[in-house]
Design a protein around this ligand. Structure first.
Ligand code: GLC
Length: 397
């Protein structure tokens, strides 16, 4: 069976139907049996070419539990009979109290690209717009033109050492201690009633690089989608904020030729070298010269981010680097996909091909697993994990 068929089969196997008869996809039937926000966007991107109706349903379902203020929860527990590993904030409700990187506009554009249909855009655009407005208005209390996360899980990279300092954790923190501390943070945020500004001030206030890059790219896409649904005001709004955020990322995050996550009101740089250095390529934030330097210094250094099997999520030079540690070094397919897309934006074709070939090799050797040891290629974590299907989008783009 070729890779395309295998990818489609996995997405079909992980497809579920909610109580309203709508379909959505779980990232892994055993380990992640619910619906996740950025995972559903990844699914929609891949399904856009395989089964556009299912791709639309993926977005429709993930947007369906949006809060009144525009926030989209990072998990929907459609099947209430399944056990929940943790109370993520709103008691036993069907949703969580935190969000995830806002890839919805990108996913909607991918669907439009394949269908040229505007009916689903007209249906979903207001919800998308109110999500981006929520992030701009509620997650940037000091008008820095950068959006903040209130929990490491909102980054999608739950245990990344980028968050060790703001979490007051040492670089050799264990997986379970980390989880305990993140759950403690959920409880602390519940105490301030998830009032974003207060929670940030009191508990955890990080402006992360991938989250803000994703925001910029998606606002630019939202501006285009706004024209398709004839919403001129939304077009101007999205364009303006993408521009302001581009400027702010350079002003507040750039140092030594790369962008760093920041902490707190004063935007103190969190100087941990991770794959996030490559992420600004995705929204073309580096000038061509800066990008060349970045690739020379960080992509072609086998002792830092590039490993024999792919891109390490954390540099081998960091004391927090663990070849088998959850988000503390291993290769993951979503970061591979973002880096691949970014490299292609700049015409780094050989480097992009290298990522694609490395990704395919990992899939062939291990099947659709969650993450991979950069030194040995060994697979870990969830089985039948959907992120590997993003490789199909790399192959066909
Ligand atoms: C893990 C990942 C997160 C993902 C979730 C479901 O928690 O860190 O990014 O959304 O699994 O796949």
């Amino acid at each position: 069976m070729n890779f395309k068929d295998k990818a489609f089969q996995l997405l079909l196997r992980n497809r579920r139907t909610n109580s309203l008869g709508q379909t959505y996809t779980v990232p892994s039937p055993e380990t992640y049996p619910y619906q996740w926000l950025w995972d559903s966007c990844f699914h929609a991107i891949v399904l856009a070419k395989l089964d556009p109706e299912a791709a639309i349903s993926e977005l429709r379902t993930i947007l369906s539990h949006q809060l009144d203020d525009g926030m989209i929860p990072h998990i929907i527990f459609w099947n209430t009979k399944l056990s929940r590993p943790y109370n993520w904030g709103w008691g036993k409700g069907a949703i969580t109290s935190i969000t995830q990187p806002p890839m919805v506009a990108y996913a909607a554009q991918a669907i439009y690209h394949h269908t040229r249909e505007t009916a689903f855009l007209e249906e979903l655009f207001p919800r998308m717009l109110s999500f981006y407005k929520y992030l701009i208005e509620r997650r940037d209390p000091r008008d820095h033109n950068l959006v903040s996360i209130i929990n490491p899980d909102e980054s999608g990279e739950d245990n990344s050492p980028r968050f060790d300092i703001p979490m007051h954790l040492s670089t050799d923190v264990s997986f379970f201690k980390h989880m305990y501390e993140r759950h403690k943070l959920v409880r602390a945020n519940r105490t301030c009633n998830f009032d974003e500004e207060m929670c940030m001030k009191q508990n955890f206030w990080v402006k992360d690089v991938p989250f803000n890059v994703i925001m910029i790219k998606n606002l630019e896409i939202l501006a285009k989608l706004a024209l398709l649904v004839k919403d001129q005001k939304a077009h101007e709004y999205a364009k303006l904020h993408a521009k302001l955020m581009r400027e702010a990322m350079r002003d507040l995050m750039m140092e030594d030729g790369v962008f760093w996550a920041t902490e707190g009101e004063n935007n103190t740089h969190l100087k941990v070298t991770t794959w996030a250095h490559f992420m600004p390529l995705f929204a073309e934030l580096y000038t061509p010269d800066e990008a060349k330097e970045l690739i020379a210094k960080h992509f072609h250094d086998n002792d830092s981010l590039r490993s024999p099997f792919g891109i390490r999520t954390v540099s081998k030079q960091e004391s927090s680097y663990r070849a088998a540690g959850f988000w503390r070094g291993p290769i993951w397919m979503a970061p591979h996909w973002f880096v691949y897309k970014g490299l292609r934006e700049y015409g780094f074709e050989a480097e992009a091909e290298w990522i694609l070939a490395a990704s395919l090799k990992l899939m062939e050797r291990n099947g659709f697993r969650e993450y991979f040891n950069p030194e040995t290629g060994k697979a870990y974590g969830a089985h039948n994990f959907t992120w590997g299907t993003l490789v199909l989008d790399m192959m066909e783009s």
